[in-house]
Ligand binder design. Structure first.
Ligand SMILES: Nc1ncnc2c1ncn2[C@@H]1O[C@H](COP(=O)(O)OP(=O)(O)OP(=O)(O)O)[C@@H](O)[C@H]1O
Length: 305
């Protein structure tokens, strides 16, 4: 029983198609409680369709999906309301409503699930979420058109966090951000995950994000998840796409940058002997405190969009 509880998302035998085009066939995937699972794959391999299917926006031809043990396929929004409240979603590009302010956007899911909540309380929750994602407090009354790309992502994240979810779906959260903005966003996700104990399903093309914050990575190819594991485990596999992805020029750049951070950490160790030796281990090997690491190098995003 305990083992089953540790799997937050379970996908079995998934098949999705659009007309003649089969996107997924026999796709299986487990997402464990408390992990950040990176989902990678070439453009058009069906990462977003997989996410949409898991959250019930796309009905598959076949297969079974449970989230927190609850089936999500074929259940309408009202039936699945209890499980839908437990997740938040950041869609590709943020998907903010352009006619609503940031605060109103953040309040959308609150209004959807808790209609009777007094307006003042809704406003208070919205402003708290805005600040929590690192936006200035005065961003609340602004419209999406008045925000930078990075601020829009943060606003989208604030909306995804509106209901204090246990599970977060992020579709290419760092796409379109400059390297510093992307690293800062990784750091934000990593620290929110750490603090709130979230489980995160994160679609990305960004190798730096994988190295900085993901516990495991699932690779989509040939209509299914062909491998799931830590980056080291994946690199050890003999698969041409995985090899090209992680060992290609950008993969090598990300690994080199990772090495540089290790060196930085050991310099720091010599310069300031830490009172607690685990301090250094946390810098060189930690998963969730590595947002800092991403700040220190240029990002390596494969040109596979
Ligand atoms: N509503 C739809 N109708 C028809 N085809 C669709 C629909 N949604 C997605 N597709 C097709 O399904 C395939 C997978 O799309 P999806 O957006 O999941 O890819 P992806 O792996 O997320 O790609 P990218 O990395 O470029 O974002 C694509 O060929 C896409 O054109």
């Amino acid at each position: 029983m305990a083992e089953r509880d540790d799997i937050v998302i379970k996908v079995r035998g998934l098949r999705n198609s659009f007309g003649e085009q089969v996107i997924h066939e026999g796709l299986d995937l487990d997402v464990r409680r408390g992990e950040i699972l990176g989902v990678v794959g070439g453009s058009g391999t069906g990462k977003s369709v997989l996410m949409r299917t898991i959250i019930g926006l796309q009905t598959p031809d076949a297969g079974e999906i449970t989230v927190f043990g609850e089936p999500t396929i074929g259940r309408d929004a009202t039936e699945a309301v209890d499980v839908r409240k437990r997740w938040g979603v950041l869609f590709q590009g943020g998907a903010l409503f352009s006619t609503l302010t940031v605060a109103e956007n953040v309040a959308v899911p609150i209004r959807e699930f808790y209609r009777r909540l007094p307006q003042a309380l809704m406003d208070e929750i919205a402003s708290y979420k805005v600040v929590m994602t690192g936006l200035p407090a005065d961003a609340g009354p602004k419209y999406p058109a008045e925000l930078s790309g990075g601020m829009k992502k943060r606003a989208g994240l604030a909306r995804a966090l509106a209901l204090d979810p246990e599970l977060l779906f992020l579709d290419e959260p760092t796409a379109g951000l400059d390297p510093i903005g992307a690293a800062a966003f990784d750091q934000l996700i990593g620290s929110l995950q750490d603090t709130l104990g979230l489980t995160v399903f994160l679609i990305t093309h960004d190798l730096d994000t994988l190295y900085a914050i993901c516990d495991r990575v699932a690779v989509l190819a040939d209509k299914k998840v062909i491998a799931v594991g830590t980056i080291d485990e994946l690199i050890a596999l003999d698969h041409p796409w995985i090899e090209e992805y992680f060992k290609g020029p950008r993969g090598r750049a990300a690994i080199a940058a990772k090495g540089e951070i290790g060196e930085l950490a050991s310099h720091a160790a010599t310069a300031h002997a830490p009172r607690d030796p685990t301090e250094i281990d946390a810098i060189s090997t930690g998963q969730h405190s590595q947002g800092d690491k991403a700040d220190a190098h240029a990002r390596s995003e494969p040109g596979t969009r």
